[in-house]
Design a protein around this ligand. Structure first.
Ligand SMILES: [Fe+2]
Length: 691
């Protein structure tokens, strides 16, 4: 970097850093051996260290050092070019206080691009944290490929984080040019629904592990959920106490966005919902945002102003939210204040090739219409999990259906179900402001790949019960295909179409979506509609399996016992082996799934595949757990799914245990107006029913 650029960078950085009131750890380029007397005391830093949101010259460093008493203290943070701190390049004093639950953030700056740094914290008695490793982003002009991992859904209560252990193990052994630059965590960093093993020993195949008691908890079924800041803080600590989560955070910088469980399982905006009843929970929304901000090092905006020391929650009350504005947002002042206490959507640039555009799918979203009690009339016990596609489209569009002419009722077989969405705005997940921002980011990006970090999956989840063979029981009451229903972006049909139309109209190339949340691996194409409507993909889409939380395939193994259509979802062999035929129902159709469940002959069953069902899918595994990587280069993008066995208990080996399969999907760059093509390679193992 030349001197002129350096000084501009430095000046503009200082302006920006002053604006956020950050604790600076400015490096002037010189290095020296550390003068700090550091003795590692991991017990005094029980949640270890972490780093977040790197750019090409800075990132946020994090630790937690609880002290007895209420008096604020100071730590010393050090950044070095080597893990022995012989070449320490920056030192800063950083405050810690009970007010932020003794969490501590430091902005380390003036760093070199694409460089590995080591960092640690030491208190005034010389007691030190473990040593963390982090990496700056490449310079925006850097032509080299960018590599990163994307993950989601880590349950320490019901599973083991073997996928993270595997990720670290592989990263430590790969060549320098194959090393990961960061981990994109797409949410469900915590599960706020905590089970206690003295009450529940098992769920599905899982053992319930003791992660402690949630203070001020509310009991919902078997779950204990936080009702206060103390509750969320406890749940974050319990997750980061996991050795594999903690080691992953100490090995790589994390870029995080929350999913639903960072606030509430069935929550949105400032609403929570239990037993089908929604409640205003503005105070809880603020508490959830505060705990996230305290435990996840990031550069997100908070309404209390700049500064990395404290969150300073705005005061709110749990006032009723009785109406929605024209954009589907709860028209109530405390709801606005609570939601805007933290604004997490943001873009991070990685070299020449990647803009990572991160969106928030729960702070501005409307209630999922298929989760409302009125939608129960569109469900049939004869066809578990399924909803007619045409019914979902009417519910999604609300008052905007066919240009403002919604029907009063929705046909469901011989029944006529009231259209309860008739007078409501069309469903938004993004909200007005964030949607405009997303479109602007996509259109203005100069990176080769515009990678949309969309927490929730965008690929349609559908099957073809209209093709059930004769003699399988009652007739499907829908007009055509069935969807597995709402709950993610694939059901926000109008809004998804609007985004994809924008990608096409603004001639955005290199449009790639990465998601989590579904607890399953998916690869496919971004298209706003499927046959019999036009199929016109504008990008490629990948969804990662959960790190550990149970998925639908596992739940189905324990459900639908004796149901005539069980073979559509799970095949059970005489020896007790269970196989996820739900994958076949989604990719090939019900005839393939049922035939395979009956015979076990996959080749023959695939001959019954319905070619119109899933042109949007290259791969689906509803039973997969693991992590995924992206390699984004000048001419192509590649995603690798690394699937591990069902993570019921922690692997006894340092490698995190075996790999079930490793599958690659790659696409060469395509021109505006062209359709992308995915190329699939099975690198290891056998994904069997997934292709
Ligand atoms: Fe999840």
């Amino acid at each position: 970097m030349d001197d002129v650029k350096m000084s501009i960078d430095r000046r503009s950085f200082l302006t920006a850093a002053t604006a956020i009131g950050a604790t600076l750890s400015w490096s002037d380029g010189a290095s020296a051996a550390s003068a700090i007397r550091w003795r590692e005391r991991r017990d005094l830093y029980p949640q270890g260290v972490a780093s977040g949101d790197p750019d090409h010259h800075s990132m946020v460093l994090w630790t937690r050092r609880p002290f007895a008493g209420d008096e604020p203290r100071q730590l010393t943070a050090e950044v070095a070019l080597d893990p022995k701190f012989r070449r320490t390049i920056a030192t800063a004093r950083a405050p810690v206080a009970a007010e932020s639950d003794w969490t501590c953030r430091v902005l380390a700056a003036g760093l070199r691009p694409s460089t590995v740094y080591w960092y640690r914290f030491t208190d005034d008695e010389g007691s030190g944290s473990r040593i963390g490793r982090t990496i700056t982003a490449p310079d925006p002009s850097d032509e080299r490929a960018v590599r990163f991992a994307f993950v989601s859904c880590q349950s320490v209560n019901e599973g083991a984080q073997n996928a993270l252990r595997r990720m670290i193990w592989e990263d430590q052994r790969t060549s320098a040019d194959r090393r990961l630059g960061f981990v994109l965590h797409l949410g469900d960093f915590i599960y706020e629904v905590v089970e206690y093993p003295d009450e529940v020993q098992h769920r599905y195949d899982r053992t319930v592990f003791d992660i402690g008691r949630v203070p001020d908890a509310r009991k919902v079924g078997n779950f204990h959920v936080p009702t206060s800041l103390a509750g969320y803080r406890m749940v974050y600590r319990a997750h980061i106490d996991d050795p594999d989560i903690q080691d992953a955070r100490a090995w790589l910088p994390f870029v995080c966005i929350g999913d639903n469980h960072e606030f509430s399982w069935q929550g949105w905006q400032s609403f929570i919902k239990y037993d089908g009843k929604k409640e205003p929970a503005q105070k809880l929304r603020v508490a959830a945002n505060q705990a996230w901000w305290e435990y996840i090092p990031s550069r997100v905006h908070k309404s209390s102003g700049p500064g990395l020391e404290r969150f300073s929650p705005p005061p709110v009350v749990d006032a009723p939210i009785n109406s929605l504005d024209a954009d589907g947002f709860g028209d109530e002042q405390n709801n606005r204040i609570a939601v805007s206490s933290m604004t997490a959507y943001r873009t991070l640039r990685y070299g020449r090739h990647v803009d990572l555009i991160i969106t928030d799918f729960h702070s501005y979203a409307m209630e999922d219409p298929t989760s409302r009690p009125e939608a129960d009339a569109l469900a049939s016990k004869d066809f578990p999990l399924l909803l007619p596609e045409e019914a979902l489209a009417i519910l999604d569009a609300g008052s905007a259906w066919t240009g403002g002419d919604p029907p009063d009722t929705i046909a469901f077989g011989s029944a006529s179900v009231p259209n309860f969405r008739r007078d409501e705005p069309p469903i938004t997940v993004l909200g007005r402001t964030q949607k405009a921002w997303l479109k602007q980011q996509l259109a203005s990006s100069t990176a080769t790949w515009k990678i949309w970090a969309a927490t929730n999956g965008t690929l349609d989840v559908r099957t073809d019960p209209q093709n059930l063979p004769a003699g399988m029981g009652p007739q499907w009451p829908g007009k055509g295909y069935a969807t597995f229903g709402g709950g993610d972006f694939s059901a926000a049909l109008l809004e998804r179409g609007e985004i994809y139309d924008h990608v096409r109209d603004a001639r955005v190339t290199g449009f790639v979506t990465v998601s989590g949340d579904r607890h399953s691996f998916w690869a496919g194409y971004a298209a706003k509609s499927l046959p019999p409507a036009a199929f016109d993909p504008v990008g490629v889409t990948f969804i990662t399996g959960s790190i550990s939380a149970p998925g639908l395939a596992e739940a189905l193994e324990h459900g639908l016992k004796g149901h005539p259509l069980r073979g559509m979802f799970v095949a059970e062999r005489p020896d007790g082996t269970k196989e996820p035929t739900v994958n076949l129902s989604l990719k090939h159709g019900v005839r393939t799934a049922l035939e395979y469940a009956r015979t076990g002959d996959l080749e023959h069953a695939r001959l019954l595949s319905n070619p119109d069902l899933s042109p949007h899918l290259a791969f689906v595994d509803m039973g997969g757990h693991g992590y995924s990587t992206v390699t984004a280069g000048p001419r192509s993008i590649e995603t690798e799914f690394v699937c591990v066995p069902r993570p019921i208990s922690r692997s006894a080996t340092d490698d995190g245990g075996p790999v079930r399969y490793r599958v690659s999907h790659s696409a060469r760059q395509w021109a505006a107006g062209e359709a992308p093509t995915l190329h699939q390679r099975i690198l290891e193992g056998d994904p069997k029913l997934s292709v």
